[in-house]
Design a protein around this ligand. Sequence first.
Ligand SMILES: Nc1ncnc2c1ncn2[C@@H]1O[C@H](COP(=O)(O)OP(=O)(O)OP(=O)(O)O)[C@@H](O)[C@H]1O
Ligand SMILES: [Mg+2]
Length: 438
Amino acid sequence: MKLEELIDQIEKIDSYKRFGSVKRVVGLMIESQGPESSVGDVCCIHIGKGRTRKIQAEVVGFKNESVILMPYTDVQDISPGCLVEASSKPLEVKIGTALIGQVIDSLGQPLDGSQLPKGLTPVLTEQSPPNPLKRPPISEPIEVGVRMIDSMLTVGNGQRVGIFAGSGVGKSTLLGMIARNTNADLNVIALIGERGREVREFIERDLGPEGLNRSIVVVATSDQPALMRIKGAYTATAIAEYFRDKGLNVMLMMDSVTRVAMAQREIGLAVGEPPTTKGYTPSVFAVLPKLLERTGTNEHGSITAFYTVLVDGDDMNEPIADTVRGILDGHFVLDRALANKGQYPAINVLKSVSRVMNHIADSDHIKSAEKVREMLSTYINAEDLINIGAYKRGSSIEIDEAIRLYPSIISFLKQETHEKISILESVGQLKGIAGKGE
Ligand SMILES: Nc1ncnc2c1ncn2[C@@H]1O[C@H](COP(=O)(O)OP(=O)(O)OP(=O)(O)O)[C@@H](O)[C@H]1O
Ligand SMILES: [Mg+2]
């Protein structure tokens, strides 16, 4: 760089530090007089005796003459007059290949309290989605290594899918399987709003060392402040974006996006937004599309994303489920009835859709999947009659065929947690079953 340019830059540097002071604390919100800042900026609040400790907080709004801040951590020892120091920039986290295999928190710090590795690049956690015109269409499948998905609900490289499920039907197990088996270059896994106990269980049991070695895990447990839970989602997405810009095919998994929406609702209500459907505030419905649109393809690489959505009972019309389903390119429904029967992964194929499958699979594959779907649905429709013995063989050719093939279809759909299978094999087996019906 030339000397003049350097001098020019020095002249432009803002050498002032801006301070404000805490006026009052109401619940989760801190009101301060100053500093000059904009929404989304991070500030440091000097707290404790002698004001020796600092906590980070974010500007979430303004009221009359004061700045409203929300802390990233629990607040203790805060008192009127505490100094609020503006950083004049939004939250950044440090990202790089050295993070692979690490478990970090929403602010990008290792969860075990160790030091961050060297050589990382600071990146803003909030980014805009890629320009729609620069997004290449999804044109090829990505292998997830789960037979039922690869064959019947083929996922495209850069597709975004919602996994809709109640509690305890196998979401974490399924995500762990995908993380271990996929041929994506890297996994970024965001665990948002989980209980603390589940985090270790997921990392050790579902992900295992082989899964963790090709993953970066971002954790914000349910006991953390709402802002941290939201930031967990942003940080994980920013990490996935960083590697996508390096040309990689990234797999992002977020468990769960419902808890992100709940955290946004908490913040919305605290800053005085009106509650609308099910108490969700308008900002929830503004934030979700912005977050979910960030993944997918761009001109460099791709982020294939799985977002889990919690549904109580079978209520797919709950506002978050409904909004998320509208934004994404597919939805997989995990069914408690299947889990109760021991049919794992408990994906209900007949209720699930991959919207890009028809563009990325060959016609033989599509026909076979349709055939198996049809047969399964014929069997399910007649299942009650068959079970009570009211169906007489020979009454319908379709039902006879469905009864004959049902056992092979079910054993095809089932998969042990540690069974690994390639997409080629899965599609081959699917074609085999469909062929038997001809
Ligand atoms: N593929 C599978 N094979 C065998 N058992 C399975 C499989 N998937 C899930 N299970 C069983 O279901 C149980 C619950 O699974 P999991 O913890 O993955 O559910 P979850 O939806 O993540 O639950 P939560 O809502 O509590 O987070 C597991 O303990 C396991 O016994
Ligand atoms: Mg779970």
